[in-house]
Ligand binder design. Structure first.
Ligand code: AMP
Ligand code: MG
Length: 407
């Protein structure tokens, strides 16, 4: 059976990222959160825009105060007060200083700021009680960023730090990749929506909601196409519709070996190319991956834990690569110490869900209590990591190091 790593390679090789000319749109700064930059950004502004003070204090000539001390203060005449937002008018000459505040523009002639705490003021005179370092507390124009150079590269996700940079650089309109459309459908005669009273034997469709939440978190647009019965003609129509409207299609259920598992044969009959039929992992063995030209189809297993684990392990990297993110598509594994014994049959790579905690600088993994069955979604709640037991390994002892997929 195909290994997890080989499946990941096959899937990532199938993904052609969005085109940085065709697949872009211009959005306002206010709407740019969580989007991916399609072109690099430059600014015509220097940062800082002007030489300015990093402290409340006095703008001085270093020469005048280099020998100042508490015993022998340098006494300077204050010739101007410069609040933030004003343009200074005077030039500081020998024996002079300007009262200055944080962020205010440095006056000509001054080259150093002495912080207020190291001074004593009397009327229009200030005593400097300690020698500063040359250029101390002065932020020079363009020392953080020079106008015209690259401010942000293409292919990064925009979150609060980038928004701060873009706002400061007055970039009010940005070119970003269009949002990916991800169709989600749940297959199964037994499924009902959460608002319907349960009839005997029925199961609530939880996958649709969980997958939509994950897709949304990734900045893509979920298209919730609902529940589809295990009936070839109905499934055929629903899948054909999903393929025609989305960039990626996620179905859950119907990819195992049961009599009602029709998804794979329908994908083939619709002209899809099947690349993966099963993966040596637990949970998640019955995973189908197909393409319809550029479009990726993931037939995820129906069991709730299997659907989520296969999403985190395979769908998430694929969505990242497709979205235009320049790198870092692969899942992030952290090294952690297992706080419990973990077991596997050793035949397939096994994913155990639980909690990652940082304790005294070391990550600890605590598996979720109760049943780690792929059908049990209850103990998935409040987990944030999947510990990986490699193929061939049957036991992880307490205190042993393991890799954990951070989710
Ligand atoms: P299947 O892969 O279709 O054989 O489904 C495996 C198990 O997962 C069955 O017990 C299904 O009832 C359950 N299941 C399938 N789809 C869903 C879903 N959308 N939400 C919750 N459970 C599901
Ligand atoms: Mg089913």
């Amino acid at each position: 059976m195909l290994s997890v790593n080989n499946a990941e390679t096959i899937i990532l090789n199938l993904v052609q990222p969005l085109d940085n000319q065709r697949d872009v749109e211009i959005v306002d700064l206010l709407a740019v959160d969580n989007r991916i930059l399609a072109s690099c950004v430059t600014s015509q502004l220097d940062f800082p825009h002007w030489d300015n003070s990093a402290m409340d204090g006095y703008a001085v000539r270093y020469e005048d105060v280099r020998d100042a001390s508490e015993e022998k203060p340098s006494v300077l005449e204050i010739i101007e007060e410069i609040p933030a937002g004003c343009q200074p008018e005077c030039t500081i000459k020998v024996g002079q200083a300007a009262r200055i505040f944080t962020g205010a523009v440095m006056p000509n002639g001054a080259d150093t700021v002495v912080m207020q705490e190291r001074t004593q003021r009397e009327d229009n005179r200030v005593s400097i009680l300690a020698a500063p370092k040359p250029h101390e507390f002065l932020r020079y124009k363009a020392s953080y960023y020079q106008a015209g150079s690259q401010l942000l590269p293409a292919g990064i996700k925009i979150n609060a730090p980038e928004i701060a940079v873009l706002a400061a650089a007055q970039c009010n309109q940005l070119s970003v990749y269009r949002k990916l459309r991800v169709a989600i459908l749940s297959t199964g005669n037994e499924l009902v929506t959460p608002d319907k009273p349960l009839q005997p034997g029925q199961i609530v469709d939880s996958n649709q909601y969980a997958l939509a939440s994950l897709v949304k978190q990734m900045g893509a647009e979920p298209l919730m196409l609902g529940i589809v019965a295990d009936e070839p003609e109905t499934l055929n129509q629903a899948i054909a519709h999903a393929i025609s409207t989305a960039d990626i299609i996620l179905s859950s259920g119907g990819v195992s070996v049961g009599d009602y598992d029709y998804v794979e044969q329908i994908l083939e009959s619709l002209g899809g190319k099947i690349h993966i039929r099963a993966v040596a992992m637990k949970p998640g063995k019955p995973l189908t991956v197909a393409t319809f030209l550029q479009k990726l189809y993931f037939g995820l297993p129906g069991n709730p834990a299997s659907a989520l684990v296969t999403f985190w392990r395979f769908v998430q990297p694929a969505i990242k690569k497709l979205s235009g993110i320049a790198d870092g598509w692969k899942p992030e594994f952290l090294k952690a110490i297992s706080r419990n014994e973990l077991r596997s049959d050793g035949k397939r790579e096994t994913y155990i869900w639980g909690k990652l905690l940082l304790v005294d600088g070391v990550y600890e993994f605590h598996p979720a209590g109760g049943n780690q069955s792929s059908g049990n979604l209850i103990n998935l709640a409040q987990t944030n990591g999947l510990a990986v037991i490699k193929e061939g390994q049957k036991l992880i002892s307490v205190g042993e190091e393991i890799e954990v997929l951070f989710i």
